[in-house]
Ligand binder design. Sequence first.
Ligand code: GDP
Ligand code: MN
Length: 390
Amino acid sequence: PPSIRRISEKHDKVFVSGCLDPQVNRPRANAAFVVLARNQELEGVIQSIKSIERHFNRWFHYPYVFLNDGEFNSTFKETILNYTSSSVEWGKIGPEMWGFPDWVDEGVAKEGIAKQGDQAIMYGGMESYHHMCRFYSGFFYKHELLQKYKWYWRLEPEIKYFCDITYDPFIHMEREGKTYGFTIAVKELKETVPNIFRYASAYKRTNNLTSKGLWEMFIEKPEDKEKDLPKEDPKYKKTLPEEILNSEPGRGALPEIDPESMDGETYNMCHFWSNFEIARLDWLRSKEYNDFFEMMDRSGGFWNERWGDAPIHSLAAGALLSPKDIHYFRDFGYRHTTIQHCPANAPARQFPHIPYLEMTTEDEKERLEEDAYWATPDAPKENGVGCRCK
Ligand code: GDP
Ligand code: MN
């Protein structure tokens, strides 16, 4: 396969290097922040709003849409309004978007969830987490409050932006014809998605979709297998049964899939970390995306396994989009819990160094040359692409 890194560099330049004077009077995109949260997360949400307002939204004033499967209480609503001058809408998520659909046997699904709890699969035993992942995978973009928007920027409690964002990322994505933007890509815990790739791959095959070049990012290469760190997170090592750790396509709890319907590839667990996302809602609303979601959903993987919305969005992108549709926000300083992305390590044309992307000697040489440039006096002081990163 072609080098993703090179394709991406060719198609995906950083939008802005360093700081600009924010163009506060320019037209806005048709976009909003989307925040799914619960009342008890108020403190974490305040932290996130403070951070995004300080580093971006005090100039750009994009509205917020808050969503909740319960009701936001008045303390929550009044407090949030103290931290932004933008408009805020409060949405309730109905049972058609949250919880077990009528075609699922609730008893069986709950048993499956309890079993994942016993197996110490991260969040596996928490029913609400399964609902959340399914909601973010196949429903939030259908919520009535989001119908008027074309773009969304996902915001979670307890995140931190640590550089100023002095340009409008929606406008730039629109101009460059981008569909999906990320800032961090990581590996998924294998035991949460033992069978996800079989289904994604079958979807691709059944619909005769040929890769547009992004799919390769998610395929394990033989040489990466050897380089792999221990497969399991040491934290879970002792509690996870062998059959989960070693589960191969076809051995999990989900219905069998005809091996003929796959291409014989293995998932490398790579995914865009979806707690930050800027993407086009009309892509998620497209027939292709929803066919994909529906097929994945019907497998039962949101209950019998603990499929996250991050690998769902990522594999959908892999099947349906091409590298030029994706934007890597290498200039956004971003942290959620223990994982962060620091722009000082991300010179303008450097694709994230993900070991399973093919790296040729030529790529490596280019990267070294570029790093050398960033160390010269001509280079912007921050030795990276971010603005006023602290
Ligand atoms: P993590 O980042 O994977 O550890 O998961 P989080 O607990 O942060 O959940 C992801 C997002 O979904 C956050 O925005 C949470 O506020 C939200 N969330 C998770 N579970 C629920 C739930 O049961 N109800 C609501 N309303 N929001 C939820
Ligand atoms: Mn979170």
